[in-house]
Ligand binder design. Structure first.
Ligand SMILES: NC(=O)c1ccc[n+]([C@@H]2O[C@H](COP(=O)([O-])OP(=O)(O)OC[C@H]3O[C@@H](n4cnc5c(N)ncnc54)[C@H](O)[C@@H]3O)[C@@H](O)[C@H]2O)c1
Length: 319
């Protein structure tokens, strides 16, 4: 505890920002909070703890720069802040499909509330959107100019369409009310503090392999994904927030793997004997290909991933 407190930079008041992180008790949010705290900023986390946990941020509870507010973003929130990182939203299919109406409300009303706050206090606003806005893409790799191929009434729609509306809201507030907005389209991300039972492929495979169970691949495993390590994502979110570029930016690792190949890599890194890979029926609306084109991120915010997927998996497994 004291070691991490000692690592917090002392910023002069002129450089210290008041930063609101919605969803800051979740997987990505808690890593972002760590970084912002270490940079010396003042951080308020707003989270209803639906999929997040106090455990993820407990090392900051009691720090004078840190505040946790248990609050649902569907209801308005007021605070004097300079920046808002708006992450609050369940992100894995079992969680966002558990109550699809609530997921849409979280995306739409939560974004309206946070954009309204940004407008009122003149804060810069960053939305964590998703590669899911591309749906099952007909273009590969996906650049930000691609409009997407989303089923508006499928089981994933509450999340995908919710985020698409959140993007629309962001740019509407920018046009109408001059709110400074940033939109990150995040591709699959993994790392320590991933929710163990969130049903996402990385946590599933690692847990199954660590428990010595068979790794279950849905479909024939030929569908592709790219996997980014959470520390790279945090670098990208901060670069985007602090930069001048306000169109959507993909943040992901363009190294592409088939799910079958990924399962083999996880099995080999975990190194437990007797772990086999079995194929089950494909899930509905599961995209066939996903790979970010990060040309824009490289050019506009000077960002690219530093960790390979294998390095990230090794750290996650050992962490
Ligand atoms: N992890 C990924 O691979 C990934 C990919 C694309 C986009 N994203 C986006 O990044 C953000 C964070 O994702 P994550 O992986 O950390 O998910 P997560 O589920 O771990 O974190 C989401 C956080 O939001 C909170 N939350 C949910 N609904 C809320 C509400 N109504 N009010 C207040 N808080 C609420 C949860 O309690 C949790 O702490 C999400 O917006 C997600 O859509 C993540």
């Amino acid at each position: 505890m004291s070691a991490i407190y000692a690592a917090v930079r002392k910023l002069p008041n002129s450089k210290k920002k008041r930063v609101l992180v919605t969803g800051g008790a979740g997987f990505v949010g808690s890593h972002l909070v760590d970084r912002l705290m270490l940079m010396g900023h003042e951080v308020i986390v707003v989270d209803n703890l639906f999929t997040g946990s106090k455990r993820n941020i407990q090392h900051w509870l009691g720090h004078p720069h840190f505040e946790l507010s248990r609050h649902d973003v569907v209801d308005p929130y007021m605070a004097e802040v300079d920046m808002i990182y708006h992450l609050a939203c369940p992100a894995s299919p079992p969680h966002y499909q558990y109550n699809p109406v609530k997921t849409v409300k979280t995306s739409v009303m939560g974004s309206i509330n946070m954009l309204g706050l940004a407008k009122r206090v003149k804060a810069r606003f960053l939305l964590t959107s998703t590669s899911e806005v591309y749906g099952d893409p007909l273009e590969h790799p996906q650049a930000e100019s691609y409009w997407g191929h989303v089923n508006p009434i499928g089981p994933r729609a509450c999340y995908d369409e919710g985020k698409r509306v959140a993007e629309t809201l962001s740019y509407s507030y920018q046009k109408q009310s001059n709110v400074q907005v940033r939109v990150a389209r995040i591709f699959n991300t993994f790392g320590p503090r991933m929710n163990e039972n969130d049903g996402r492929v990385v946590s599933n495979f690692i847990l199954q392999a660590l428990r010595g169970q068979s790794i279950t691949v849905f479909g024939d495993g030929s569908q592709t994904r790219s996997f980014q390590y959470v520390h790279d994502l945090v670098d990208g979110l901060i670069a985007l927030m602090e930069g001048d570029f306000s169109d959507p930016v993909n943040l992901g690792n363009p190294e592409e793997y088939t799910i079958q190949n990924f399962a083999e890599i996880v099995r080999d890194i975990v190194g437990r004997d007797g772990v086999s890979i079995i194929n089950l029926n494909a899930t509905q609306d599961d995209p066939h290909q996903r790979k970010p084109d990060i040309t824009r991120a490289r050019k506009e915010i000077g960002w690219e991933p530093r960790f390979s997927m294998k390095q990230g998996i090794e750290e996650t497994v050992s962490g």
